[in-house]
Design a protein around this ligand. Structure first.
Ligand SMILES: Cc1cc2nc3c(=O)[nH]c(=O)nc-3n(C[C@H](O)[C@H](O)[C@H](O)COP(=O)(O)O)c2cc1C
Length: 367
């Protein structure tokens, strides 16, 4: 039914408008107690065996909503209602900004992919912090806060912008993510070079510790799939050196190989996500796990369409996994399908728990 609905409504509508419409429905449904309870029971059934502990946090399962869908933290309960075990809000920037001019989101249906150049359109750290502070949670779900650089802030002053966001947002975050990997903010990805990344992550860590004194807020960094292998290794080593809690792999890619959609679409500037990203994201994840093992929590994201993809990420080394693009294509049953299939795979595997399965394939390959 969703597929038919998708075809009728979404293919005729501008993708960003369709996003806002679907988003409004999710938020509305989450506000009606009977509907919310019914939908959560149908779409977010709990599989005991998928219970996950990561980053010092307890979750119903390993599967979360990737950053960019709920940029302003307005639909956390709605997304939990649809079965996401954690919700990463943002990217939030120090100051509010409108993002790039429209049109800035494109559907590559034949490739089960999206291209976006949203450019961190968001309400800014002060407004989002206020919203999170005022939030009365309906569902107990883990909330990650993903922060990035305000566009007008020069690269040399980036750290101060991230620190501003940290000071406002860290206390509301179950975990904090430093995003240095969006292709849509000029110069942002240069911050992945260890020379820039070390002082940036150190400054954010210090700001989080200064503003949140009753617990240690887990800090992660989100990286691009377009990094050269040696640079992936360098970020992994830096993360260990700085005592970072996690790495999220990966953001969208600027690569365009192997696409079958019409050239006018594939030529659009921006980050490509969805199925074509699957292979490279998995490769980066494997490389990271081979380098850091269990010392750092790895989060696998990029082209996860089904339970098999999710399972492969866990075997490769991911403790947590996330999705975005496939949710757009598959709709409200997306998370349910992943949970059901993951539970079945775990039960049929030699592993007693998900934690035991994490990295099993990468470890085997190394022997
Ligand atoms: C429209 C759109 C907006 C996004 N915005 C952000 C963002 O603000 N911050 C971020 O870290 N990632 C953002 N992402 C990247 C996703 O979080 C994710 O890393 C990427 O899409 C790969 O996952 P997927 O293939 O499941 O979509 C965005 C992705 C899309 C499609």
């Amino acid at each position: 039914m969703y597929k038919l609905f998708f075809r009728l409504l979404f293919t005729r509508m501008d993708p960003e408008q369709a996003h806002h419409l679907a988003f409004r429905w999710i938020r509305l449904a989450a506000r009606v107690p009977v509907l919310r309870t019914f939908l959560a029971a149908a779409l977010a059934p709990r599989h005991q065996e998928l219970r996950t502990e990561a980053l010092g946090l307890r979750m119903h399962g390993p599967f979360g909503l990737a950053a960019g869908f709920d940029k302003n933290a307005v639909a956390i309960d709605g997304m939990a209602m649809l079965g996401f075990d954690h919700v990463e809000i943002g990217t939030v920037t120090g100051e509010p900004q409108p993002g790039n001019p429209r049109k800035r989101l494109f559907r590559l249906v034949a490739d089960r992919a999206l291209i976006n150049r949203m450019g961190f359109n968001n309400d800014g750290s002060a407004a989002v912090a206020e919203r999170l502070h005022a939030r009365v949670p309906v569902f107990r779900t883990v909330v990650g806060v993903n922060i990035g650089k305000t566009k007008v802030v020069p690269e040399a002053e980036a750290a101060a912008d991230y620190v501003k966001s940290t000071e406002r947002l860290a206390r509301h975050a179950d975990y904090l993510v430093v995003n240095v990997s969006s292709p849509n903010t000029p110069g942002l990805r240069n911050l992945q070079a260890t020379k820039s990344l070390r002082p940036l992550l150190t400054a954010v860590r210090e700001a989080a510790d200064r503003t949140v004194t009753d617990r240690r807020v887990p800090l992660l960094v989100k990286i691009a799939p377009d990094l050269a292998d040696e640079d992936v290794d360098a970020v992994a080593d830096l993360a260990v050196e700085l005592g970072l809690d996690g790495i999220i792999a990966t953001n969208t890619t600027i690569a365009r190989e192997g696409l079958t959609s019409p050239a006018h679409l594939t030529a659009e500037t921006g980050g490509l996500s969805g199925a074509p990203l699957k292979e490279r994201s998995l490769e980066v994840l494997r490389r990271l796990y081979a380098r850091v093992g269990d010392r750092i929590t790895l989060v696998g994201v990029g082209g996860i369409e089904n339970a098999e993809d999710a399972w492969q990420r866990i075997l490769a080394g991911a403790t947590l996994i996330q999705g975005y693009s496939a949710f757009v294509y598959q709709g409200p049953f997306y998370a349910r399908g992943i949970h059901k299939g993951l539970a079945a795979r775990l039960n049929a595997s030699p592993y007693a728990t998900l934690a035991e399965a994490v990295g099993a394939d990468t470890r085997k390959a190394a022997v």
